[in-house]
Design a binder for this molecule. Structure first.
Ligand code: SF4
Length: 89
């Protein structure tokens, strides 16, 4: 399925819970903001891209949603683009 992952950099304060839960899908950039990764890959070296569409299976989807839920300020949103459903928040 296609997932859209979005991090609101205005909310993110670098708590890194998302990175701890899913290090292959989130990393902190130089500004201490989380950016979405695709299996550990940054988009063409762009560490300031806060929205990303990735291909995910059920296991990856569950991990990404768990990471989003772990964020203390709900800075991460996740959509299933195949169904149009917002998975979180
Ligand atoms: S858990 Fe939330 S506040 Fe912490 S780095 Fe991730 S997005 Fe930012």
């Amino acid at each position: 399925m296609k997932l859209k992952i979005s991090v609101d950099p205005a909310l993110c304060f670098g708590a890194a819970s998302c990175v701890a839960v899913s290090p292959s899908h989130f990393a902190l950039n130089d500004d201490n903001k989380a950016v979405p990764l695709d299996a550990g890959e940054v988009v063409k070296g762009d560490i300031r891209l806060y929205e990303r569409i990735i291909e995910a299976d059920e296991i990856k989807k569950d991990e990404i949603v768990l990471a989003a839920k772990s964020c203390p300020v709900a800075a991460i949103s996740v959509w299933n683009l195949d169904t149009g459903e917002k998975l979180y928040p």
